[in-house]
Design a protein around this ligand. Structure first.
Ligand SMILES: [Cu+2]
Length: 308
């Protein structure tokens, strides 16, 4: 009898484990993963969802079983037998969650560090107290020491201006675009400057978000993987048209990206100066954006805009 029960419980637990692993991989709760970092994030999220699903099944299973099995029998008015303690049970329900939470903490910190770049990179970051210079278009950044650049040796660095209520992406050759175009397989570094109030750059498909702060340059690095069009969303309430502060991010193959950039550079040259390329947000016409841009340039902003 006892052996039979143990066998049954093992079978049920094995089924719970299989169901949890399956659900962790098929939860369907996240949008497409467009970047390398998104894949890391999704693995962590799937693991957490799997664990949560397994615990849900166990807790609900025990609850439903107890409701049926230990239901008061007709005519039974006695109290249940008193129970003092169950040391082994208490040890198990303390030890298992402790180990689980510790493991989840270490795993998520690992993913967090990897998504940010490298651990060494974070260290280098913390040692800079003075206002930090923004990387120039060639991608060389004064922010990090040379020995911490293994993974991020040559990111494609773009200056990004955030303003009420638009994003402007600056490319070499005086190209200013309302659309963010990036090639697959190359590390991208976005250097943000907020021109008026707080904004936040968010692309759900990258699983990354970065605040932009007036007077304080911030940046975000990622590696696009999946071609397609994705929404750039402002995730910081920034004014009356905050909800409309969206742009499109186009992930292209390196060839397509190069073709797009060359075309934009030719257009920019033909117009003899910077211009707004791509599809514009309906609320702002090219003139308005250019006006905002020149206002920023006149204020002696900290963006390095002299692309050559
Ligand atoms: Cu905004």
């Amino acid at each position: 009898m006892k052996r039979k029960t143990a066998f049954l419980i093992s079978i049920l637990l094995a089924l719970v484990v299989v169901a949890s692993i399956w659900y962790g991989r098929h939860h369907g709760l996240l949008p497409a993963a467009a970047g390398k970092e998104a894949v890391l994030y999704d693995r962590l999220f799937g693991t957490l969802i799997g664990i949560a699903f397994g615990l849900f099944l166990i807790v609900q299973g025990v609850l439903i079983y107890s409701l049926i099995k230990f239901r008061r029998k007709p005519g039974d008015t006695a109290d249940a037998a008193p129970m003092h303690e169950n040391l082994s049970l208490e040890l198990v329900w303390t030890a298992v969650p402790t180990v689980l939470v510790m493991w989840v903490a270490i795993y998520s910190f690992d993913v967090y560090t990897e998504m940010r770049g490298t651990g060494a990179l974070m260290m280098a970051h913390q040692h800079h107290h003075a206002p930090v210079m923004v990387a120039d278009a060639s991608g060389t950044s004064p922010l990090f020491s040379p020995d911490a650049t293994t993974e991020v040796a040559e990111p494609l660095a773009l200056e990004v201006q955030a303003m009420q209520f638009a994003w402007i992406f600056n490319y070499p050759g005086d190209v200013a675009s309302a659309e963010l175009h990036v090639p697959t397989g190359r590390r991208i570094r976005l250097n943000f400057a907020a021109m008026d109030v707080l904004h936040a750059f968010w692309v759900p498909e990258l699983r990354l978000k970065q605040d932009t702060i007036p007077g304080t340059p911030t940046h975000l690095e990622f590696t696009p993987q999946k071609t397609g069009e994705y929404s750039v969303v402002c995730a910081e309430l920034c004014g009356s048209y905050h909800g409309g502060m969206r742009a499109t991010m186009v992930i292209q193959t390196p060839e397509e990206y190069q073709a797009w950039l060359t075309e934009q550079q030719e257009l920019a040259q033909a117009y003899d100066g910077s211009m707004i390329a791509g599809r514009l947000e309906p609320s702002l016409d090219a003139g308005q954006i250019r006006q905002l841009q020149s206002r920023f340039m006149a204020s002696g902003g900290h963006l390095n805009h002299s692309h050559s």
